[in-house]
Design a protein around this ligand. Structure first.
Ligand code: ADP
Length: 332
């Protein structure tokens, strides 16, 4: 709807899958998580057992799906990809479960969206490698029992709190993926710029990293845009100045906030007097879904202390006002 929003910003998922690491040692950062996973993989392999079920949680774009693809690669096995939103009824699970080979991985992204009725089938699948499905109703109902091959379920969620305790407890390994350091994002940008055959210098990498909201997916998106910009406006030469101009042009500010992030802060400031305001009210005013705000916008604003969440709602902080170059009410 905003004609100035660039295509690079609108691509919700990986615009270039060639940038996704294929092996664990191609991944940058998340060292603690990586170390624990390597131990678990080693142990499972030496016992000749499937790896325990793993749950990843954390904001979007921090590597949950990437882990779900590199882990099976390390184990020399295959992975099936499913999405919690697509598993509406127990029968939707069947194709995945019956396709499992011994020791293979089933990845369910957005696992918090699996409805309770389907979740219950996951319990026995995870615990006993078995499912009992009831077909039909009343006197003609039949139960089908499937033995499953031992497998590993990898779940990913942006909302660990929305998972029921029985489901959460069935994951032996639970890992939270946190924000990346600037130096790690620089490393990702440098490596990927080489893959894209447009190596960037340290200064450009630092500009892109600093404006990527601590998120590898955004670092990749920003890098792709800077590449387009450089190829069309600067004969393919990238410098700190060019990277800055490219990102300024699509409304990415020094902190890495995009138009939607700033739109949120604007709304909270101007319409709600800095808050407290409810998430739904902010979402309605901005005409976006509250899920989008809660998953994609608020985590970084909270982390950067530009807003706080209280029982009464969201509030701007002094830092938030400062970033938006406004004075807090009462200080005019
Ligand atoms: P999530 O599933 O958490 O939303 P993804 O795993 O899809 O995030 O990550 C988005 C992209 O960011 C990946 O395709 C990959 O290119 C990049 N990425 C994520 N984590 C890393 C990492 N640790 N090292 C290098 N690149 C990463």
């Amino acid at each position: 709807s905003d004609p100035e929003t660039s295509a690079a910003e609108e691509v919700p998922h990986e615009p270039d899958t060639s940038l996704r690491p294929r092996r664990m040692d191609e991944m940058v950062g998340q060292r603690d998580v990586m170390e624990r996973l390597k131990i678990a993989i080693d142990a499972a392999q030496s016992r000749g057992e499937p790896l325990g079920h793993i749950l990843f949680d954390g904001p979007p774009g921090l590597g949950k799906t990437t882990f779900a693809t590199v882990i099976p690669a390390e184990m020399g096995t295959v992975v099936q990809m499913a999405n919690g939103a697509g598993l509406k009824a127990p029968k939707d699970l069947l194709p995945y479960l019956t396709n499992l080979s011994e020791g293979s991985v089933l990845f369910i992204d957005e696992i918090h969206r699996v409805p309770r009725a389907v979740e219950e089938y996951l319990y026995t699948a995870m615990e006993d490698f078995r499912i009992d499905i009831v077909l039909g109703e009343g006197v003609s109902a039949r139960t089908l029992n499937y033995e499953l091959r031992p497998f590993t379920l990898i779940g990913a969620t942006t909302r660990a709190g929305m998972l029921s305790a029985p489901l959460r407890d069935r994951f032996q390994i639970r890992e939270h993926l946190g924000w990346y350091a600037d130096s790690e994002l620089c490393e990702i940008v440098r490596r990927n710029s080489i893959k894209l055959k447009l190596p960037v210098d340290d200064e450009s990498a630092a500009v892109i990293a600093a404006r990527s909201r601590r998120t590898p997916r955004l670092a990749n998106n920003r890098l792709l845009w800077v590449r387009d910009y450089a190829q069309s406006k600067a004969n393919g030469q990238v410098s700190g100045k060019i990277a800055t101009a490219a990102l300024d042009m699509i409304g990415i500010d020094k902190m890495g906030l995009d138009k939607q992030d700033r739109g949120y802060l604007e709304t909270l400031m101007r319409v709600f007097g800095g808050g407290p305001a409810g998430l739904e009210a902010i979402a309605h005013t901005m005409n976006v879904s509250s899920d989008t705000l809660e998953d994609e916008v608020e985590p970084f604003l909270l982390r950067s202390e530009l807003i706080v969440r209280s029982r009464r709602g969201r509030m701007m902080t002094a830092l938030g006002y400062q970033h938006m170059k406004q004075l807090p009410p009462g200080k005019l």
